[in-house]
Structures are given as structure tokens and as C-alpha cells.
Ligand binder design. Structure first.
Ligand code: ARG
Length: 288
């Protein structure tokens, strides 16, 4: 039994085998939920009649930000704008690959203004290669980079035509995946990238043909239970070693540990009222 490094050997832990995972430092963009609330409903989780607590939301978000920093990641912040309660979900603000920025174009009118707000941040922070999108796409909500392949969700939010636009713009292969369960309306609610070639996902959130594609690409993937998917266990952030995810995703936490990752459970219950959790709050700035 010899220890292996996750970065060079992409295997998973078989019985009795030790796996050492390697974290890589990430640069992340986040947006404090200072204007957070649930005032409209654009996904099945949002119930405007249910009260929200802004100070709890802020405290939970601050612990996530502080955790990222404690793990050695660089966290940038964008100022939240009044009247945009979902702006806390920075993952939706853009998609960044090799320093190139594809802006977001939201499906719902309630979030439309977030697209230009995020793009302005990129313009002001030295990102020169920025594209205002032709087609509806909700950023990293539906675009997840696994190695050099962009996994792309569609079905509820991002327009399938955006997948072609993203492939043209970034020059990496894009794999379209169809989401079929409205509770998992963004790809990042149904699938998380753990390393260049490892993912975890909830099969029932995908069409039959997309499930085949996922099995083909990731035969050793961790498959989530419905229970873990429903607490947004797949809305996770991984740096290759640490996997930050909702603490109530207990089976996933076990499974990740068995495969040599270091799962870190967090509580973002207040943001879950808007249908978001860890990954939704986190946009990765891949500088290239
Ligand atoms: N209320 C937001 C919406 O429905 C939540 C977005 C969550 N973000 C995410 N990356 N899944 O658009």
C-alpha cells in the first residue's frame, strides 16, 4: 500500500488504499448577501411568504468566505446592489476560463440587471477579453469546468444555443447535459466537479441520454442519494482536496472521506430558501 497523489493519479480509494489529495489555490469572486431576501419565486425552493433573516444569511455567508480564506484561497468581493436579492449567487454572474469572461444573460427579468453588474466588475478588474452573450446563460450555475471540458447544463435556464457560443468563445469542448427535475434547475445543483476528472452527481436530475454520457465520461463518479441532493449536497466547491458542502449531506460527506477528500460541512440554510448554497455563492476566476 503506497500513498498516491490525487493530482497525478486520478484513481479513487479502493479498500485499504491511502489517497493523498492535493489542493490548488483558487481565486474566487463572492457577493455579500446584504440585500438578500426572497421576494419572488423563480425556482421551486423560493417561497416569498416564508420569512428570511438577513443577518443570519450574512453571518453564514461570512463564515463561508472566511473558510475559503483559511484554506488559502483568494476571495475577491463584488458590491451587492439593492433590488437584486439573488446577486449573492455569484456563480451565476459569469463564466471564466483562461482569463476569458463570458457574461451571464439571465432567463428571468428579476435577475437581468445582474449580468451587466458582474461584467462591470470584470472590466474594472483587468479582464480584457469579455464577451456579452448572445444567448441566455446563467454562468457557472450551468457551466462547470472539469479538466479542459466544460460541462454545460440546459433544460431550465441556460439556452442550449449558449453551449455552442461557449465552445466558440473558450475553445474547449462543451458537453451538453439535460436537466429534467425542476428542483435541480441549474447544473451546479445536480453535479459537482471534484478534480480534473472526478465528479459527483444525482442521476435522476438528468435525462436518460445525459446519464449515459455522464457514465461514459465518469464511470467512477460518486452518485448522490436523493436525500443528499435535496439538501443541496451537490452544490459544493472542491479545490482538489477540500470539498466544502452543506453539512446535512451526510452520505456524500462519508463517501468523499472514503475517497481521500477532506469534506468540510457548512451551514447555509438561510440561502437555501432562495435555492442556493455553497457553489452558488462562489464564482471561480480562472486566470489562465
Ligand atoms: N434564486 C436563484 C435563482 O433561482 C438561486 C440561484 C442559485 N445559483 C446557482 N448557481 N445554482 O436563480
Amino acid at each position: 500500500m503506497s500513498p498516491r497523489t490525487g493530482s497525478t493519479d486520478h484513481g479513487y480509494a479502493r479498500a485499504g488504499e491511502a489517497v493523498t489529495r492535493t489542493a490548488t489555490r483558487r481565486r474566487l469572486l463572492m457577493c455579500a448577501p446584504r440585500h438578500f431576501d426572497v421576494t419572488y419565486s423563480i425556482n421551486p425552493w423560493m417561497a416569498p411568504e416564508k420569512p428570511t433573516d438577513g443577518s443570519v444569511a450574512l453571518a453564514q455567508w461570512e463564515s463561508l468566505r472566511d473558510l475559503y480564506r483559511a484554506l488559502g484561497h483568494v476571495v475577491e468581493v463584488i458590491d451587492p446592489l439593492p433590488g437584486l436579492p439573488d446577486m449573492v449567487f455569484a456563480a451565476n454572474g459569469a463564466t471564466v476560463v483562461d482569463g476569458r469572461v463570458l457574461g451571464a444573460r439571465f432567463r428571468s427579468v428579476e435577475r437581468t440587471a445582474e449580468g451587466p453588474a458582474y461584467l462591470a466588475w470584470f472590466r474594472d478588474h483587468g479582464f480584457g477579453d469579455i464577451r456579452w452573450p448572445e444567448h441566455v446563460n446563467e454562468g457557472e450555475g450551468d457551466y462547470l469546468l472539469a479538466g479542459r471540458t466544460l460541462l454545460a447544463g440546459t433544460g431550465f435556464r441556460t439556452d442550449r444555443r449558449s453551449h455552442v457560443e461557449a465552445q466558440d468563445f473558450f475553445g474547449v469542448p462543451v458537453v451538453s447535459l439535460d436537466l429534467v427535475d425542476p428542483r435541480f434547475y441549474h447544473l451546479d445543483t445536480a453535479l459537482a466537479v471534484l478534480s480534473d476528472d472526478e465528479v459527483m452527481y444525482y442521476p435522476a436530475a438528468f435525462s436518460e441520454s445525459s446519464r449515459k454520457v455522464l457514465r461514459e465520461l465518469f464511470p467512477d463518479a460518486i452518485l448522490a442519494t436523493e436525500e443528499d441532493a435535496l439538501v443541496f449536497g451537490l452544490n459544493a466547491f472542491s479545490d482538489g482536496r477540500h470539498v466544502v458542502l452543506p453539512q446535512s449531506a451526510v452520505h456524500l460527506i462519508d463517501e468523499l472521506r472514503q475517497r481521500g477528500f477532506e469534506p468540510i460541512g457548512v451551514d447555509l440554510s438561510e440561502l437555501l430558501k432562495a435555492g442556493g448554497s455553497v457553489k452558488c455563492c462562489t464564482l471561480e476566476l480562472r486566470n489562465g
